[in-house]
Design a protein around this ligand. Sequence first.
Ligand SMILES: NC(=O)c1ccc[n+]([C@@H]2O[C@H](COP(=O)([O-])OP(=O)(O)OC[C@H]3O[C@@H](n4cnc5c(N)ncnc54)[C@H](O)[C@@H]3O)[C@@H](O)[C@H]2O)c1
Length: 361
Amino acid sequence: MKAINKDGFSIVFNHDGYKELSSFILNQNFNKILILTDENTKINCLDIFISNIKSINEKICEVFDSRVLNYSVKSGEHTKNIDSSLKIWKFLTESGFKRSDLIINLGGGMITDLGGFVASTFMRGIKFINVPTSLLAMVDASIGGKTGIDFKEVKNLIGVFEFAKISLIDLRFLKTLCKRQITSGYAEMIKHSLISDDSDWEKIRKIKSVKDISAEMIYESIKIKILIIEKDPFESGLRKYLNYGHTLGHAIESKVLGSEKELLHGESIAIGIILESYISYLKGGLGLELVKNIKTHIKKHFKTTEFVSADISKIIELLKFDKKNRDKEPMFVLLKGIGKPIIDQTVSEQEIREAFNFYKD
Ligand SMILES: NC(=O)c1ccc[n+]([C@@H]2O[C@H](COP(=O)([O-])OP(=O)(O)OC[C@H]3O[C@@H](n4cnc5c(N)ncnc54)[C@H](O)[C@@H]3O)[C@@H](O)[C@H]2O)c1
């Protein structure tokens, strides 16, 4: 897996990635480095990460022995909030961190979003590195410069665009990730294939079990995202393609957050992809056969969630808070065909309800 070097950020992989990261840290001569983890990544990933980087050379070994602190937060989406940000800012301040120091976010998308936000706002921004440990963070959350926290009931309401200087992807971290979390990350790979082209979708369609996801497929998925964000880093147009499945997906995720029906991010997005594919069909874009294939494939990997009419009403209500809205009107990304997204589309309440009807069967 060849490193992807772009203006202002790099994605590096496996052993070579540690070499790159080590050179970066030694060149910048950081005085203090914070490794942010959550409960699970502290147990499963912290020692592995430290021993991998320390194996690069003596000098980086000394840095990690003397200048590195760890701060760990609770796992789960409910931690991606302002209270956690306050605690981390407090820790940084009390530990004497300066603007010239570094944060390494070692975790899934919750940690890369939260840690990226905390770093970008602390002292008007200190540098940060992402070391994603979940599939979802590897193919999506840790790359592309979106950082943020949830606020009130709304996902990612507060945040800034700021790129991690380096995202280091080490596929070995996936060994301790459970199947449900791998499948959640797979939803974003499905999305990438649908906004990319037929051949990517055909490769994805052949996946019978998430165990069949290869390193090459992960690499291809990352490249699809990079191709888009390098053309439009701050989402003025093209980057909105990446929101396919996310307008309804985010509203669903917000609706069930904290309830007994709570869904993982990718699980909500998988539902959003089915709904928005069906709406794409209603608008004359995708053919019905293709939409049925998308639904069949997603349902093979993800359990069906039940939505009663009141749930759908609440989800429609939550759409008002979507960041892509013009006034209160939600704006959707729909597909005219595979690899042919169209942005800023309006959708009626009736069409959304029809899509939920299609989803449930
Ligand atoms: N910034 C972006 O562009 C972007 C894009 C997509 C998603 N996101 C955000 O990403 C978040 C979801 O990311 P996620 O699915 O990685 O969730 P997550 O970070 O909550 O991780 C999922 C679970 O897996 C555990 N975990 C992570 N790596 C592990 C490992 N190697 N071994 C064992 N356990 C491990 C975590 O502790 C957590 O319990 C959401 O908040 C979403 O909004 C951001």
